[in-house]
Design a protein around this ligand. Structure first.
Ligand code: ATP
Length: 204
């Protein structure tokens, strides 16, 4: 079982490539996508969870082994991956066959991991599967055995997509970095990430 957490604000082609690479390379039965509820390490307001979840559903509709888990957006308080992993492992405890757990992360999150809440217990519970977001080799951070995912670097990020949309770019023109026409249509329909400041003096 793979677990891919993220803010997915919005989901993009890098996320899908990462999950697909993990699915194939680790021969996973499932990749569970977990949109964050309260991103305690991000100091900005995320798009509403219902939109981020809906976009993930659209982005992964092509692959039945990709599933969405909304536990973090339903849970009160900061979203800690450790709580999520504990809950998933408790649910799976009654399964006939034991599950092997892989936490799928990009290189930026790997470097950041020692700042995560309860990261040492987390590492006792999961294997790490790490993709390099740039061409740098996987640094040895002394975090135990780590599986490097052979993913060609993709420079796409949610930040860049949000910036382009804020600058007035048409969501449809951002496909394929934004994954699919369905996600682009969703963003356009709900006017996500557009500058929605009210006009001065009420005039358009
Ligand atoms: P933001 O730009 O808003 O910080 P992001 O593009 O990094 O967002 P997240 O939703 O925060 O996206 O990332 C979820 C997971 O996907 C993280 O583990 C992150 O490292 C990984 N990831 C994001 N973009 C890529 C990419 N282009 N290649 C590989 N992994 C990625």
């Amino acid at each position: 079982m793979g677990i891919l957490g993220g803010s997915f604000d919005p989901v993009h082609a890098g996320h899908v490539a990462l999950a697909t690479c993990a699915l194939q390379h680790l021969q996973l039965d499932e990749v569970r996508w977990v949109p964050v509820g309260q991103a305690w390490q991000k100091n900005r307001v995320l798009a509403p969870a219902e939109h981020r979840v809906a976009m993930v559903r659209l982005a992964i509709a092509h692959e039945p082994r990709f599933t969405v888990d909304t536990q973090e957006v339903e849970r009160a308080g900061p979203s800690y991956t450790l709580d999520t992993v504990r809950a998933l492992q408790t649910q799976a405890a009654s399964d006939a066959a034991p599950t092997e757990w892989y936490l799928i992360i990009g290189l930026d999150q790997y470097r950041n991991l020692p700042t995560w809440h309860g990261w040492e217990e987390l590492l006792d519970r999961v294997h790490l599967a790490v993709a390099c977001r740039d061409s740098a080799a996987l640094p040895d951070l002394n975090l135990g055995q780590v599986c490097a995912l052979p993913m060609p670097p993709l420079s796409v990020s949610s930040t860049h997509i949000r910036q382009q949309l804020l600058a007035g770019e048409d969501p449809n023109s951002l496909v394929p970095t934004m994954v699919s026409n369905a996600v682009a249509r969703y963003i356009a329909q709900h006017q996500l990430y557009a500058d929605r400041q009210p006009p001065l003096n009420g005039h358009p």
